[in-house]
Design a protein around this ligand. Sequence first.
Ligand code: GLV
Length: 313
Amino acid sequence: MIPVVLASESAAAAQKWLKVIEQHFPDLDAHIFDPQAPSPTPDVRAAIVWKPPAALFARYRALDLVFNMGAGVDAILRQPEIADTTRIIRLEDAGLANPMTEYVIHYLSGITRNFGVYEQHRESRLWQGAEQTPVQHCTIGIMGLGVIGARIAQALSALDYPVQGWSRSPKALPGVRSFHGEEQFAGFLGSSQFLINVLPLTDQTRNILNRNTLGHLPKGAVLMNIGRGEHLVEADLITLLDSGHLSRAVLDVAREEPLPGDHPFWTHPGITLTPHISGPTNHYQAIRQIRGKLQDALQGKPISGEVIRDTGY
Ligand code: GLV
């Protein structure tokens, strides 16, 4: 039995993980983190977390391994008390990439094929096709070509969209025009009519979507942010939508979540908003992946998805 502590911002989520573990992975001896418990459970060297409370790291100082129940590890790296020696491991796909691709295709095709207009046509009994943008005329730019970005790129490329990607280091993906590094960023943006952000949030990528960078996009471009809210300077987006430089933004994330009731995004006509649902973690697939890596790590074998602290992902 491998002892493991579970900690999530949501008690209901941790309960669900525990159920999956009890049902499918009986070799994990899991318990939910209880900050009120008089002392930490001894022998626990591994944690499974999503936006964990700071108290976890204050309590469990000897954690060797922290497994994130999501792709982005920004909430863990922000923890002041996490030990330098603790290894942090992010989820690699585990069911996230396909629903995120589905999300992209849903909103992308809704815009390029004008699907939204038919609800209005229906009200006036109008049987009439509307303008559609041929896929060849909509170059997709994907920021971030990790597991998720690559899956989105592959799917859109199979639908014949011209696809290009930008990443920190050079990446070669079949059918995808690759840009990398700061010096190629403006060129990448300049030819992206539909920009999709799936970058990890790091000190280098915080505020990367701002008036200056988004200003390089062709007039009328669309921004889709399914990364993190902190990638985007929100006031700059509103300026660019209001000036007509951007025609639309599809946002699944915001700097403050839940989005405050008086936030201008709620009512802006150029913004489509969803509450951070594009990539739901599949609990079974995630825990199966984590359990495999945990077993390998305990046997001293190399594991993938380990976060490099200096890089931030
Ligand atoms: C979701 O936002 C994730 O990082 O998995």
